[in-house]
Design a protein. Structure first.
Ligand SMILES: [Zn+2]
Length: 553
């Protein structure tokens, strides 16, 4: 790059940008997210370069977004096609836990004074950092308007260089703290820009804050952990509790499904010394709404599985095995108990009628469609009604999924006990630079180069991890075999393609190596959220600039 950055000016500019950005209280999944517009238009629209080039920035409407939100994008279009994408999210989590200090949550200077008044009540490490004075406090300073401000300030200086080599795009998205509608929309925008300007995407950098295990070492993440949410729906066979052998209780089957999947490390993959934490249940309930002396008809639940390398297809096949095993066990248990019951009442042994029956959502849908010509139209109409309730905020995504399954089970011919399994949104693909490193491109040596730079410049050492464990929008930067993944999701995810979509093919078309380079932050989502000032204003911007130069050189 022909022109070095003026770091003294950069430092001032980042601080001003950060305080302005934080002041726009863009709380996630609320009307407040729209407040980003005024900030963005002022911050980018006032720069001479973007006044001169209104075609290089804008507010991109997210397709089919129920809140009508936008992706804020801005591009310095220099020489050539090589392009770096910088992403950050502009939404922040709510401020309920600030209690009496809510009105200061978005004012770092006043908040610091107020926190000092109650310093003794804060956790020890937060109290120490507050007294030390080296940290900015406030909602969003760390997660992640800190990183966003660094990106805007670097872009500002690049925009002043008439001989800039390469292209840099800054993308600010909403909804990261919720379902990542922003990033899923931004992928479509990146495809449009690629086609329009012939861009070649070389690298995507996110600037989420990093957390340190060892306080003396910072962290580069060369990928991001994935997340999938399998659901299990069980339709039992209802009986009066006094006739328990006449039915099969879905609670009993679900008990084995729950213990078979909870913290099951077969579902938690490991790679290169990193391992996903064990899966855990998020939600479990039966279909009873009042007391009576029958068994519940249904059980339903879902669990969160974090992934490193396994595909949705692989995970689903593991869930299927656990469901079949649980069903087998429940039938065997019922049979053993029934035989004791018969013996104790002086009768001959008899076989219970139950058979293990485990299906995907797709299997069930096809089965009912084949039995009932009007099913598909009825299903669509029922779905449309639920969609309306969901979009009005009256139905959670979990309950929406449950009601669809329940509708289907009521429509099928026959009443054999059945387990239906599949996935509930959201879906965050696991991404990492393994493949890119193997190919020996820029991703292969970048971490070493940046670590050496940081040690020499700042005496700050970095460690490398492959997976950012906080779940991030980088998940939507890489995809392979989009066609197979789509087929698996369509077969297993009732809500896929309706209220929730992932543009898998569009991701595959722009796939690029990724890295998270962000400032050190602590206590994300808490009242004591804070970012290290030295990282925020000095070290992280210099390292990110170095990374961009390395990629574009
Ligand atoms: Zn974040």
């Amino acid at each position: 790059m022909s022109r070095p950055v003026d770091f003294a000016r950069l430092k001032e500019d980042i601080q001003k940008t950060l305080f302005d950005y934080v002041a726009a209280d863009t709380v996630t999944d609320s009307e407040h997210e729209h407040k980003v517009g005024a900030f963005f238009e002022q911050r980018i629209g006032s720069l001479p370069y973007f006044k001169e080039h209104p075609e290089y920035w804008g507010m991109y409407p997210i397709p089919n977004d129920y809140r009508g939100r936008h992706v804020c994008w801005s591009m310095v279009k220099g020489k050539g096609n090589r392009t770096v994408v910088l992403i950050h999210h502009y939404d922040v989590v709510p401020v309920e836990d600030f209690k009496t200090l809510k009105e200061y949550a978005f004012k770092p200077v006043e908040l610091k004074e107020k926190l000092e008044e109650i310093a003794e009540t804060l956790p020890e490490d937060a109290c120490k950092d507050l007294k030390d004075g080296g940290w900015f406090f406030g909602r969003g300073v760390c997660d992640m308007k800190g990183g966003g401000s660094i990106q805007y300030s670097l872009l500002t200086q690049y925009s002043e260089d008439p001989d800039f080599e390469g292209n840099v795009i800054v993308i600010g998205v909403p909804d990261e703290e919720n379902l990542s509608a922003g990033m899923r929309g931004a992928i479509l925008l990146l495809n449009e820009l690629k086609d329009k300007y012939g861009l070649e995407y070389e690298f995507m950098f996110n600037s989420e804050p990093h957390q340190r295990k060892d306080f003396s070492k910072a962290v580069f993440s060369c990928g991001s952990i994935g997340k999938l949410m399998p659901f299990v729906y069980i339709r039992g066979f209802l009986a009066h509790v006094g006739k328990s052998f006449e039915g099969i209780n879905p609670v009993g089957i679900m008990g084995d499904v729950v213990s078979g999947l909870e913290l099951n490390m077969d579902l938690a993959d490991a790679y290169a010394g990193e391992c996903a934490p064990g899966p855990t249940w998020l939600y479990l309930k039966d279909s009873k709404i009042s007391y009576d002396v029958s068994m519940p008809l249904n059980m339903y639940g879902c669990l969160s599985v974090l992934t490193l390398i396994q595909s949705p297809q692989e995970l689903l096949s593991k869930v299927k095995v656990v469901c079949e095993d649980a069903f087998d066990k429940a039938i065997a248990r019922a049979q053993r108990s029934y035989e004791i019951f018969l013996k104790n009442t002086g009768r001959e042994p008899e076989q219970l009628p139950w058979k293990t029956n485990v299906k995907t959502f797709g299997d069930l849908y096809r089965q009912i469609s084949a039995q009932d010509a009007s099913f598909e139209a009825d299903y669509k109409a029922f779905d449309a009604g639920l969609q309306e309730q969901f979009l009005a905020g009256k139905l959670s995504i979990i309950d929406y999924n449950y009601k669809l399954l329940d509708f289907m089970m009521d429509r099928r011919a026959g009443s054999e006990p059945t387990i239906v399994y599949g996935l509930v949104p959201p879906y965050y693909p696991a991404v990492s630079n393994f493949e890119y490193e193997k190919q020996g491109g820029i991703a292969a040596g970048l971490v070493d180069t940046l670590t050496k730079f940081s040690v020499e410049q700042f005496g700050l050492d970095y460690e490398k991890e492959y997976f950012y464990t906080g779940i991030s929008d980088l998940s939507y930067a890489q995809m392979k075999d989009a066609k197979d993944v789509r087929a698996a999701l369509e077969d297993s995810t009732p809500l896929f393609g309706g209220v929730y979509d992932v543009p898998l093919e569009a991701i595959e078309a722009i796939s690029m190596p990724v890295m998270n380079i962000g400032p050190w932050g602590k206590d994300f989502h808490k009242m004591t959220e804070r970012v290290l000032i030295e990282d925020e204003l000095v070290r992280t911007p210099a390292i990110l600039h170095k990374a961009i130069c390395e990629v574009l050189k």
